[in-house]
Design a protein around this ligand. Structure first.
Ligand code: ST9
Length: 614
């Protein structure tokens, strides 16, 4: 039995019972796929994830990929290669992508749930399979010829990367110096060195690989707006058949030695520095690089949040199994009686608190990313049916939720993994169990694709202020309506009242930060308060939304329990939903009151302390 434990029951609960996607599936909104086919597909993805993909999880960590500096290629171990090929040949990564490139229509909540299972089972493996996602973006943005390349490249199993970061341009992408020179024949020469490129080479798991690269055309302006997006293949190819030709002048020149996801090849990639030019093509024939790259980044940021939620899920299920079996200590009521029988650690209050916290964030974060996916769905009926959002508003709601899914999700996922490990005590620290690797593999989620402070600033400045609070209001009104409207079942009334109070507190936090921003028009240093408060604010919104999604699930569970013929297994599942929602509302929501007070009283001390005083 491998390390990975999927939770198809919870995914199906969200998809069919909470979001009501089954009806749309059966009405034919997703082509051939109906609800029973979707259920069968989820089971199949879980089998693949738990089996061949998960198989090399630990060995890929203990025996990372190596780099051959002669060939400039990475070399995989046999077991890692088997997992990569199992993922690639399954074709699952094409789910939800355009049919023209071999994809299949599917509800986006299901697409992300499938990705949760496949990528969490072995995160390092997923970086060898970014071809379909990148081809999807190239197909959306590219010229007709590039669309042909996007489609054909996926028949051929080509890999792909996203290339932004440079040694001196990390969060500040606009500082990038890689330059592009127009050759006047439709091609460009790219010159520069890029760093931290995931999947920069994939060894012998794909015959070719293309990079989507941000570079600055000669004469273009400074900052992100001066960047353009280029398609740069590892090997040249025939533009019609895609038969391979000469090597292009793009080479991996180093592979990073990392704390986690050790077999994900994180490469330094040099363009045009090895004596031959790195030839590229302008994506879509348009100089609109940063906006085009954000099509990739939005998907990748979502993926990171999904990965964080999914890793916590498998960790929680393993910690739970362990806790049920592990006999240690006496029940606290008989703690002073040395003759008292020893009990499973699930009898200890703090272990229960830790397990409920893990369950809450696991199921809350999953429900939140699946809710977010509704606003990415190709069928506008879904978002409209759920919250009355038209396609324009749906786009804003998705934008608004992404930093929560990525920034808050990755931080809470990482923090809560420590409780999974702690459930096992000292044993959790051993490599006999997967927890220490989960922790090392997950910390990166708070860093790549935009660090947490970047997510928090994006959330406040762009997703709330620049959006004039439209998506913020839409989502908070949904939460408020849920908290305050009369429910047929009153059993969670107190918890809904806590939710209503927390919603008001989040509104107050937003007002406090917006207030600093207004004053900053005349006193510029006031903006530092927004900078110093934005991460706390992001976390507060995240906790509010997790509480809301848990209470929505509990509401559905209450209804389900009143139906006839509920099996004992289902009844436990539903009662668990109610218990965890209640636990989270009572144990976490009151903390928002302190955050509100802190944000309302922010001063600029963090900025006035001298560097020598740190
Ligand atoms: C990296 C790779 O870390 C790691 C790989 C992880 C991969 C994980 C998943 C792997 C598998 C799958 C991959 C795909 C998944 C499946 C997909 C399936 C389909 N939203 O505010 P301004 C745009 S890579 C949208 O002035 P600055 C917008 O066009 C490295 N657009 O910013 C805007 O213009 P306008 C990751 C946005 O001050 C323009 O940018 N690196 C957004 O110039 C300028 O905006 C990073 O993530 C947005 N949220 O630049 C960089 N924001 O205003 C982090 C901006 O006219 N740094 N735009 O609309 C930042 O994000 C910075 O804030 C900055 C600042 C660069 C945007």
């Amino acid at each position: 039995m491998g390390h990975y434990k999927s939770n198809v029951r919870d995914i199906e609960f969200n998809l069919f019972e909470v979001l009501g996607v089954g009806k749309l599936l059966d009405e034919g909104h997703y082509g051939e796929m109906d609800a029973s086919m979707a259920r069968a597909m989820l089971q199949e993805a879980a089998r693949l994830a738990e089996g061949p993909i998960a198989e090399s999880f630990a060995s890929a960590d203990r025996h990372p990929v190596s780099f051959d500096s002669e060939t400039h290629e990475i070399v995989l171990t046999k077991s890692l290669r088997r997992s990569v090929m199992a993922l690639k040949s399954s074709g699952w990564s094409l789910l939800g992508l355009p049919e023209a490139i071999g994809g299949q229509r599917a509800p986006m909540a299901m697409v992300w749930a499938v990705r949760e299972m496949l990528y969490v089972a072995n995160p390092a493996v997923s970086f060898y399979d970014m071809g379909p996602a990148m081809a999807g973006v190239l197909f959306d943005l590219g010229t007709p010829q590039q669309q042909h390349w996007a489609a054909r490249s996926q028949e051929l199993g080509w890999a792909a990367t996203m290339v932004l970061t440079e040694p001196d341009a990390g969060s500040d992408v606009g500082a990038g110096r890689t330059k592009a020179t127009d050759q006047g024949d439709g091609t460009w020469h790219i010159e520069g060195v890029k760093r931290f490129i995931s999947g920069g080479d994939v060894g012998d798991t794909a015959e070719n690989l293309f990079h989507l690269v941000l570079a600055r055309p000669e004469g273009a302006g400074l900052g992100t707006k001066g960047l353009s997006l280029f398609f740069v293949p590892k090997y040249h190819f025939d533009p019609v058949t895609l038969e391979l030709g000469e090597r292009n002048g793009v080479y991996v020149t180093g592979v990073e030695d990392k704390m986690g996801i050790k077999s994900s090849p994180t490469c330094e990639v040099s363009f045009g520095t090895n004596g031959s030019p790195a030839v590229g093509w302008l994506v879509g024939d348009k100089h609109n690089g940063i906006a085009q790259m954000f099509k990739v980044l939005e998907n990748a940021r979502m993926m990171v949040g999904v990965k964080a939620a999914g890793t916590l899920s498998t960790a929680y299920l393993s910690a739970l199994d362990y806790a049920k079996e592990r006999i240690q200590g006496a029940d606290l009521t008989r703690a002073t009686d040395s003759a008292a029988p020893r009990v499973p650690i699930t009898r200890h209050p703090e272990v229960r608190r830790m397990l409920l916290t893990q369950k809450a964030y696991t199921e809350g974060l999953r429900s939140l990313y699946m809710f977010t996916a509704v606003y990415q769905d190709p069928t506008p009926t879904l978002a409209y049916g759920l919250s009355g959002a038209d396609p324009t508003l749906a786009r804003s709601v998705n934008d608004f939720l992404l930093p929560v899914v990525k920034g808050f999700g990755s931080e809470r996922g990482y923090d809560t993994l420590k409780l999974s490990l702690q459930t096992l005590g000292g044993s959790g620290y051993l490599q006999d169990y997967p927890f220490e690797q989960y922790i090392r593999d997950t910390l990166i989620d708070t860093l790549y694709e935009g660090t947490t402070p970047i997510q928090a600033q994006d959330f406040f400045f762009r997703k709330i202020i620049r959006d004039h609070g439209r998506a913020f209001e839409h989502v908070l009104t949904l939460v408020e309506d849920f908290a305050t409207f009369a429910h047929p079942d009153d059993s969670l009334l107190g918890e809904r009242q806590l939710l209503a109070i927390a919603t008001t507190e989040v509104r107050d936090m937003a007002k406090a930060l917006a207030g600093y921003l207004v004053v900053a028009q005349t006193e510029p240093s006031e903006i530092y308060k927004v900078g110093a408060g934005s991460v706390r604010f992001l976390y507060a919104v995240g906790d509010l939304l997790v509480a809301w999604r848990l209470l929505v699930q509990a509401d559905v569970a209450c209804g389900a329990l009143h139906k006839d013929n509920v099996s004992e297994e289902d009844a436990s599942f539903y009662r668990g939903k109610i218990a965890v929602a209640s636990f989270f509302a009572k144990n976490v929501l009151p903390e928002l009151n302190a955050t509100r007070a802190i944000l309302a009283a922010l001063d600029n001390d963090v900025m006035t302390i001298e560097e020598s005083e740190f």
